[in-house]
Structure formats: structure tokens, C-alpha cells
Design a protein around this ligand. Structure first.
Ligand SMILES: *Cc1c(COP(=O)(O)O)cnc(C)c1O
Length: 223
């Protein structure tokens, strides 16, 4: 298993799909999901030239990336996991983009923190396209109001939508719904597609693809 090899395969597949669907591959950002991966794989990924990483826990991401920031000034960190409001401060300090804006309380906390830290991070709204009870995210019919709240009341820079399809559903259904919602609400970014389903996401206009295991291999510790 080599990350360079995996990366080559994934990029080749994204490029091929992009061409087939008349998309510019440069508009598709691959996010390397490094959560739970051992240090040597992180180093290997950096040596392959990867600079855009996704993490789902603030504290783990801090421990891993804060010491590396000085050596890699072009590093870009994306938060792709649920965010508690009491971690908003650390998240705003560390990350460059938040993919999991999913409730008013969090929108308020992020807004206050960004003001305090004089930052304006791009945020994506997580949409619960499968209406799953255990999954976070805004219900599709509430999206328009929530987007207005984030933009007008909280002055957040909402650049797109994100979803995680239910495991047993065809992912393309959810990606198509997310794209439809983005068009209706006039947002551009679409964070969708993981190791098992990114090949469905590219044809449906994904702009961020979040790939972990297909790139790094299996995560050692289950989440
Ligand atoms: C872990 C995770 C990923 C990556 O999953 P893989 O199947 O390993 O590619 C993508 N998105 C989110 C939100 C995740 O939590």
C-alpha cells in the first residue's frame, strides 16, 4: 500500500470522470481525510505533495496539525465532523473551512468567534438529505431559512452544502438532491463523495471530495 499510488489512482479516476461529464478537474478539490491515521502516513501524504486535509475532531486535529503548520504554510485544514459550540473557538483558530454548519446555536458561536479572531472562514451547511434521526444536518425544507439566518443574522460566509448519504441508500440520489438544493439556494460548493462513492459525486458536480481510506488505507482505530 502506498499513498502515492492510491493518490495517483484517485486523481486519474476523478480526471477521467470530470472529462466525461464536461467538468474542469481543477474545480474538484480532493480533501485527504487524515483522521485516526498514524503519523507515518501523514508524513507520507505530505511528501506526496498533499496539503488539503480533513479532520473530524478538533482536539485530534490540533495535536496533529498545529506543530506542522510552521513547516507547511500552504496547509489547508477542513473540519468535516460535528462541532460542539464549546470547541468553536479552537476550531476557528485551527481550521480554514468548516463543512458541518448544522444548527443555529453553532452559527451564532462561529459568528462570535470569527468576529473575536478577526477571521471569516468559508462554511458549508450540512444537509441531512436522508432525514436520519441520528445524523446531524439541516432538513432540506429548512435550508433556505437557515441559510438566510447564517448569512444575514450571523454574517457567515456560506460557500456551499455538504452531505453524508445514508449507508443503505444509493448515494447518487442524495448527491442529486444536494445539487438541486444548492442551485435553488444559489450556493456553489458541494462537499460530497467519500472513498466508496466519490465516483458518483463527480458527475453530480461535487466540488469537494472527502477521501480517507482509499487514500491512506484502513483506519486503525474504528470511529
Ligand atoms: C471519515 C469521513 C470521510 C472519509 O471516509 P472514507 O470512507 O474513509 O473515505 C469523509 N467524510 C466524513 C464526514 C467523514 O467523517
Amino acid at each position: 500500500m502506498s499513498i502515492a499510488r492510491n493518490l495517483h489512482d484517485i486523481r486519474t479516476s476523478i480526471d477521467k470522470l470530470a472529462r466525461e461529464y464536461n467538468r474542469d478537474p481543477a474545480t474538484i478539490q480532493l480533501i485527504a481525510v487524515s483522521k485516526v491515521q498514524p503519523e507515518e502516513r501523514i508524513t507520507e501524504a505530505l511528501e506526496c505533495g498533499l496539503r488539503v486535509f480533513g479532520e473530524n475532531r478538533v482536539q485530534e486535529a490540533q495535536q496533529r496539525w498545529a506543530p506542522r503548520r510552521a513547516d507547511y504554510p500552504d496547509l489547508e485544514l477542513h473540519l468535516i465532523g460535528p462541532l460542539q459550540t464549546n470547541k468553536a473557538k479552537d476550531a476557528v483558530a485551527l481550521f480554514d473551512c468548516i463543512h458541518t454548519l448544522d444548527r443555529e446555536k453553532l452559527a451564532r458561536a462561529l459568528s462570535a468567534e470569527m468576529a473575536a479572531q478577526n477571521k471569516s472562514l468559508p462554511c458549508l451547511i450540512q444537509v441531512n438529505t436522508g432525514a436520519e434521526d441520528q445524523k446531524s444536518g439541516i432538513a432540506p425544507h429548512e435550508l433556505s431559512d437557515f441559510l438566510g439566518f447564517c448569512r444575514n443574522d450571523c454574517k457567515l460566509d456560506v460557500t456551499g452544502l455538504m452531505c453524508i448519504p445514508p449507508v443503505d441508500d444509493p448515494p447518487a440520489l442524495h448527491f442529486a438532491l444536494l445539487r438541486k438544493l444548492a442551485r435553488e439556494n444559489n450556493v456553489q460548493g458541494l462537499s460530497m463523495g467519500m472513498s466508496g462513492d466519490y465516483e458518483w459525486a463527480v458527475p453530480l458536480d461535487a466540488t469537494y471530495i472527502r477521501v480517507g481510506t482509499a487514500l491512506f488505507g484502513e483506519r486503525v482505530k474504528p470511529l
